[in-house]
Unconditional design. Structure first.
Ligand code: PMT
Length: 327
């Protein structure tokens, strides 16, 4: 039977794309372990808070997803993101009183480790005769702060770190996270800074072994990844406060694209950033505002995420209050 109108048609197409994606995904290896950790984390942070109604919980996604080309993967298509935005934002969310689920790409930047050198293990320590290993003076303060702050956040149950590599892992984990997040209603926030693959090879169409390099042309068919933002908003966690990102290299189209994403996916805000200036400035696009947020350049160690998270936290508080009134 024909769909009576275009929007239902599109919805059916999205639903079937979503189903096809999850049907084709190889099951998560440690799914039960992840579910257990998540339930414990959300329960813990729903009991404890300053105001007696439970702490606000944010899921920060960070880093790029890969789309594998072979089942026993040697080659993959990657997405640009160092994970700096997600890791830095996590630190500021913790400062603002949130509990954070940090869904991150393996090997990307980690919270509290930004001031450490690229290879901390080899660069922060020096070895003396015998087994005597000591911290180099130049790194001792940064290393101590990183270890103490990280340990405090994890040990007090405020930071849960969950790693992914592939688009299959990422979207399955996002779906799993959204289940207990749905139960806490407007107290939940999704801050989707990860750079998510737009195309993937469905698992059942993927060759098992390493593709041989004999031919001059690599003929691989990639299928569009369904935009899960609308599914997240509509079905997975409809009451959660949702922030997505828009990255462009051409500043002339950035704000229009962000506005388009805001409306199309019904986001509460879209953070628009241009590749070359992303650490200095972003624009927060909402239904009735476009707010430019900048790093305080007079302070050498200030980050654009500092005012950004302050703004989003305020907007989230207003959203929670609003939800109470309209309930
Ligand atoms: O990590 P850094 O080096 O610090 O850089 C940070 C950043 C530039 C990567 C970050 O600030 C950023 O802009 N992240 C989103 C980049 C992106 O891939 O945008 P997009 O236009 O492809 O996706 C837009 C939004 O839709 C994103 O929030 C994404 O998480 C989401 N998405 C995308 C594809 C898809 N199939 N499903 C999705 O939900």
């Amino acid at each position: 039977m024909d769909a009576p109108n275009g929007s239902q048609d599109t919805e059916q197409t999205l639903d079937s794309q979503v189903k096809a994606f999850f049907d084709s995904a190889p099951p998560l290896q440690n799914m039960n372990d992840i579910i257990q950790k998540l339930n414990h984390f959300i329960q813990l942070n729903s009991l404890s808070s300053e105001n007696g109604i439970g702490r606000r919980i944010v899921c920060v996604t960070s880093g790029g997803t890969t789309a594998p080309l072979e089942q026993r993967c040697v080659r993959y298509v990657d997405n640009f993101s160092s994970g700096h935005r997600g890791a830095t934002s996590t630190e500021y969310f913790l400062k603002a009183g949130y509990a954070v689920i940090f869904l991150y790409r393996r090997g990307s930047f980690q919270p509290f480790c930004r001031s450490l050198p690229d290879d901390p293990l080899l660069e922060c320590f020096e070895a003396f005769e015998g087994l005597n290993i000591q911290v180099r003076e130049a790194y001792s303060k940064a290393l101590k702060t990183a270890i103490v702050d990280h340990h405090a956040a994890v040990a007090s149950g405020l930071l849960l770190k969950l790693p992914f590599s592939t688009i299959f892992e990422y979207l399955q984990m996002l779906q799993i996270i959204s289940k207990p997040m749905k139960d806490i209603g407007p107290r939940a926030m999704f801050y989707l800074a990860a750079a998510v693959s737009d195309f993937y090879v469905p698992w059942k169409d993927m060759v098992e072994h390493k593709i041989q390099s004999g031919s001059h042309i690599l003929d691989v068919k990639l299928v569009q990844v369904p935009k899960m933002l609308s599914v997240l908003r509509k079905d997975w966690a409809p009451l959660a406060f949702c922030i997505s990102f828009k990255l462009e290299t051409d500043s002339n189209i950035l704000l229009n694209k962000a506005r388009g994403a805001l409306e199309k996916y019904n986001m509460h805000a879209v953070v628009a950033n241009e590749l070359s200036t992303r650490k200095e400035q972003v624009v927060v696009v909402t239904i009735d505002d476009k707010i430019t947020v900048q790093r305080d350049k007079s302070k050498a160690d200030d980050d654009v995420e500092n005012p950004l998270i302050k703004l989003l936290s305020q907007r989230h508080s207003a959203y929670i209050e609003d939800s109470k009134r309209t309930r």
